[in-house]
Design a protein around this ligand. Structure first.
Ligand code: PLP
Length: 450
C-alpha cells in the first residue's frame, strides 16, 4: 500500500509541475489514445501499480489543464496546494460526513468552517449552512427552505403534503437567471417556466424599476455575479422591495458572493445580509478541489424542515451538529475539510488578496485586449471579460485558434446577441505575466484570422 500511495503522490506532483509546459487543452492524439481504456471488463485482478500507471499515462494527457494558471473557462478556479493536500488526507480518513456523531472530526471542522464563512461573506451569524456538490444544489437547498417557509406562513406543510392543492407560490427572478436556478425550481415542483422574469439591463442586472408588486407566497431570486459579465443585482434594493411584502429573497452568488470578502469589491454586495438564503461555490473562488458548493439559510428551522430525516439506525443527536440535517444527501465526502484548510491557511487577508488579484487580472485583460483593437462587451465588475473580434463567425474562429494554440483556454458565449470570448479569471495561480502571455496568444490568433 505504501509504495502505491507514494507512487500516486509522485505522479500527481509530476502532473502539476509539468502543467505549464503543455497546452491547456488536451491534444487530439491524447484524446484518441483514450480508446485504450475501452477494454472488456477484466475477469481477473491486476497489479494496482500497473493500473495506476495506465491511469496516469493515458488519463493525464487527456485532461484539460484546469488546475493550471491559464485556464479561463467557466469560472471554476483551481486547487490551492494546501487544499489538495488536505483532500488527500481526508481521502485517507474516508469519513462519511453525513452523520455528526460517528464522524466528530470532520463534522466539527465543518461547523468551524461554516462559522468562518458566515463572517467572511458578511452573512447573518445565526444562519445554517450546508456543504453540497456545487452552486446548483446550493440553489436547490436555499429554494427548498424558501418553499417550506413561504408555504408554512400560508398554513401549508409542503414536506408532508407536497404541492398538490398547495397555495401557489410566485417566483420572481431576473431575465439573466442562471439555468441551474431554473432547474432547481423544476426539481422543487415550482416549475421552470412559471418564473416572473424581471427585464435585465445592459450588464445583466435586474432592472429595479421593473420589479413587480408582491403579494401572497413569493420567492425573489437575485444574482451576485452574472455568469457572462460578472455584474451583480442591487441586493439592497431587491430586499427593500421584497422583504416588507413578506417575500423570501434567495441569492445565487455562485462566484459573486465572494466579493463580500474583498475590500475593493464589497460595494457590489451591499445589502447581502438582508436576504434569506444564499448559494455559492467553494470550488470556484475559494479554489478548493471539486466538488464543493455551499448553501446558507438564515432560518435554520426552514432548512432543517426541508432536509432532515430520521431513522432508528441513524444517530442524529449529539454535541456536534449533524451535517445531513441540512443537505439533500445522507452519505457524502467531508467537503468542509478543504474549506477549513483554505480559510486556515489564507486567512481573511489571503482570501481577499486572491479575489482582488483575479479581478485586477480581468481588468488587465480588458485593457490590453482593448489596446490591441479587440472589443470589450462588458463593464469589468469582477473577474469576467467578454471580448468580440468582429462578427460571430470570426470571433468563433479566433476562439478556436486560441484553444488550439494552447497557451490559454477561454470559451465562447453569446451575450445580448453578440458572440464573444468569455474570459473568467478565477485561479489562485494566475499572475499578471500569465495575463500578458495569454493576451499575446489571443492577439496572435486575431492576426491569424484577419
Ligand atoms: C451564477 C451561477 N449560478 C450557478 C452556477 C452553477 O454552479 P455549479 O456548476 O457549481 O453547480 C454557476 C456556474 O457557473 C453560476 O455561474
Amino acid at each position: 500500500m505504501t509504495n502505491l500511495l507514494h507512487d500516486a503522490a509522485a505522479r500527481a506532483i509530476r502532473y502539476l509541475q509539468t502543467l505549464d509546459q503543455r497546452g491547456v487543452a488536451p491534444t487530439p492524439a491524447a484524446i484518441a489514445a483514450l480508446r485504450a481504456f475501452d477494454e472488456p471488463l477484466p475477469e481477473k485482478s491486476s497489479d494496482p501499480a500497473a493500473v495506476l500507471r495506465r491511469l496516469d499515462e493515458i488519463g493525464s494527457p487527456a485532461t484539460t489543464a484546469m488546475a493550471g494558471r491559464r485556464f479561463f473557462g467557466f469560472v471554476i478556479g483551481g486547487s490551492i496546494p494546501a487544499t489538495l493536500a488536505a483532500n488527500w488526507l481526508a481521502g485517507a480518513w474516508d469519513q462519511n460526513a453525513g452523520l455528526g456523531k460517528p464522524t466528530p472530526g470532520v463534522s466539527y471542522l465543518e461547523e468551524v468552517a461554516l462559522r468562518w464563512l458566515l463572517e467572511l461573506l458578511r452573512l447573518p451569524p445565526e444562519s445554517a449552512g450546508a456543504f453540497v456538490t456545487g452552486a446548483t444544489v446550493a440553489n436547490f437547498c436555499g429554494l427548498a427552505a424558501a418553499r417550506h417557509a413561504v408555504l408554512k406562513r400560508a398554513g401549508w406543510n409542503v414536506e408532508a403534503n407536497g404541492l398538490f392543492g398547495a397555495p401557489p407560490i410566485t417566483v420572481i427572478a431576473g431575465a439573466e437567471v442562471h439555468p441551474s436556478v431554473t432547474k432547481s425550481l423544476g426539481l422543487l415542483g415550482l416549475g421552470r417556466s412559471r418564473i416572473v422574469k424581471v427585464p435585465a439591463d445592459r450588464q445583466g442586472r435586474m432592472r429595479m424599476d421593473r420589479l413587480p408588486a408582491i403579494s401572497g407566497p413569493t420567492i425573489v431570486i437575485a444574482q451576485l455575479g452574472n455568469v457572462n459579465t460578472g455584474a451583480c443585482d442591487d441586493l439592497a434594493a431587491v430586499c427593500a422591495h421584497a422583504k416588507p411584502a413578506g417575500a423570501w429573497v434567495h441569492v445565487d452568488g455562485a462566484f459573486g458572493l465572494w466579493a463580500a470578502a474583498t475590500r475593493t469589491h464589497v460595494g457590489l454586495v451591499a445589502g447581502v445580509g438582508d436576504a434569506d438564503s444564499w448559494a455559492t461555490d467553494a470550488h470556484k473562488w475559494l479554489n478548493v478541489p471539486y466538488d464543493c458548493g455551499l448553501a446558507f439559510v438564515r432560518d435554520t428551522a426552514a432548512l432543517k424542515a426541508a432536509m432532515a430525516i430520521t431513522a432508528e439506525y441513524l444517530p442524529t443527536e449529539g454535541e456536534i451538529r449533524n451535517p445531513s440535517d441540512f443537505t439533500p444527501e445522507l452519505s457524502r465526502r467531508a467537503r468542509g475539510v478543504e474549506v477549513w484548510t483554505a480559510l486556515r491557511t489564507l486567512g481573511r487577508e489571503g482570501v481577499a488578496a486572491m479575489i482582488e488579484g483575479n479581478c485586477a487580472c480581468a481588468r488587465r485583460f480588458a485593457e490590453k485586449l482593448s489596446a490591441g483593437g479587440c472589443e470589450i462587451l462588458n463593464e469589468i465588475a469582477l473577474n469576467q471579460v467578454l471580448v468580440a473580434f468582429g462578427d460571430a463567425e470570426r470571433t468563433k474562429r479566433v476562439i478556436d485558434g486560441v484553444q488550439r494554440d494552447g497557451t490559454c483556454w477561454a470559451g465562447v458565449t453569446v451575450w445580448q446577441g453578440r458572440t464573444a470570448m468569455r474570459i473568467s479569471v478565477s485561479s489562485w495561480a494566475t499572475t499578471e505575466a500569465d495575463v500578458d502571455r495569454s493576451v499575446e496568444a489571443i492577439l496572435r490568433a486575431v492576426r491569424a484570422t484577419s
